[in-house]
Design a protein around this ligand. Sequence first.
Ligand code: GLA
Ligand code: ZN
Length: 667
Amino acid sequence: MRFHYPELLHGGDYNPEQWMEQKDTIWKEDMRYAKEAGINTLSVGIFSWSYLEPEDGVYDFSWMDEVMDNLAANGMKAVLATPSGARPPWLAKKYPSVLRMTDKRERRLYGDRHNACYSSLDYERKVTEINTRLAQRYKDHPALMLWHISNEYANDCHCPLCQQRFREWLKERYGTIENLNRCWWNGFWSHRFNSFDEIESPSRIGETTSPELKLAWRRFSSDNLIRFFKTEIAPLRQYTPDVPVTTNLMYHFNEVDYFKLGREMDVASWDNYPVWKGDERDVAVSRDSAFWHDVIRGVGGQKPFLLMESSPSSVNWQPINRLRMPGTLMYQGMQAIAHGSDSVQYFQFRAGRGGSEQYHGAVIDRTGTNQTRTFREVAQVGQRLKELKCLAGTQTRNEIALLFDWNVRWALDEASLLHKGNQKYLETVQSFHNALCTLGYGVDLVDETCDLSSYRVLIAPMAYMTRDGFGERAAQFVQNGGTLITTYLGGYVNEELLTYMDADPSPLNALTGMHVDECDALDDRTFDAFDWNGKRYQVKEMAEISHITTAEALAAYTQRFYKGTPCLTVNHYGDGRCYYIAARTEEAFLVDFLREVLTVSPLAQVSEGVSVTARFSDEKRYVFVHNPAHEPGQAVFESSMRDVLTGEELGKVCPVDALSIRVLTDA
Ligand code: GLA
Ligand code: ZN
């Protein structure tokens, strides 16, 4: 199923149950303010379990009926949540299996949120019951638009039930214990298991070193969470087969394979909380958000996604919770739209009078007034989204794919080599993303399981693990004329973390036409360099010493004992080519290099700090010129452009104000 709504969504988390005694005043005011702010959707029920089921088996939906009716009566839609993100105390008291256990096998006490055991059969049953009732009750409600499953699913549990599920998962994956021992290289340190029952999850009081066990646990925990997600949506699929589902993903989050989870959702959504600085550092802040917007769009299969939460002003969980400069909110919201979001939503609509988030930014702040700068700015965003209704449902179409894979990320986290524990995978992928932004390209993020056939360029930094089937897909891609750009730390291990040997070579070797002999870790006093295209570039942190099999050298190291060995090569393979960058370099090199070797055209030539993205309807191309800098910038196009909001024809040179995003279309 595909999520589609004919408008861009504007709204956010709304928890009116905190004001149950002021329905006549606060609830009414909420609706008035929401309309005034141009809000067309509110997310309800996210943390409402204790109101919906105050005691085991005793349900009260009457207040939610009123909330849903109010939304419908005021022309708004509901993003209706399942309440599993936080449970009532009675539930933990009565069914202790819902409480997580730490890796030290200590059962948690009741408290906080987002910490239920995903294997607990009691939790599964209680969640299924309440989700079923929600679905049955609201299936025909005119306000119901989208299901919001739980909230920010995260993390693992080490309880006996999870151990049991882990062993079942291992049996399913490896079949026999002999095969598991072989895949995990358990002949080392006498770690050979005689049965699956002997296996325990990694723990600070047990196994801390086995990369294979630790990776298996990460994979299992991610799969177990996805399994729970599927359990949650089963009753919703049954009673509301036409209502799409999503769950809100998180910034930077490492513990769930989001690409895999994304395949189970109808639309991807996420919570973005950039920490704006109010000065020149905002360019980097913006680039970081740009990267994660692109990741989430990739997780959702490149369809439009949703910005489910963002702060309308400050947050309350930073050491220093700064206000945003005027205009930042518009930039932040428009940036999401520009990367393919169909919504701008906030946490939260109205701040509570108490609780741990009483000082978190809200559309209606803690004093309950709309006479605030935040409210005015939110209303301006609402107005802008109405004016840009034509963007709802439009899609991105990028020709460049950048590989970012959770399994590679985990494998590198566990890899004891070079810069142990700090291989900088994410930073490296981001530096390629940055370079592409600097050059005026839009880019799609993919993982090793994604279809590559629509791309012309694939950039695969530090593809340390080649998962089953990826080698073949990458070869096919290059064979068919694609350009592959790979780097150091590529193709070291297979899906099981076993290193490739010459008798069973890495599938990347044939593509790069290179054989990696050694890899040097450089510290902060050790550097190398290479000359390319008339310029010298610095080598830092990681440098592979390789020899050529079929490639052609483009540059060689100039300094250390491996001076003269190739550090930049190209190999022709089928109708395509594969570039190999053997060492970590400055971002400036990536910019110069990509400018030279990419055969696809950028969207525009941009001034410093500016970037460009595009969305397409069947008839039109919409181009967004982003300027997060605090001074004006510009983008130069190949043909004349028109400003969508003003209708003004601009010619090829499009100026863009400081801290703003301009929406253009072809003139
Ligand atoms: C997350 C949660 C929200 C809220 C915000 C605060 O995104 O989903 O419930 O706690 O953080 O920034
Ligand atoms: Zn558990």
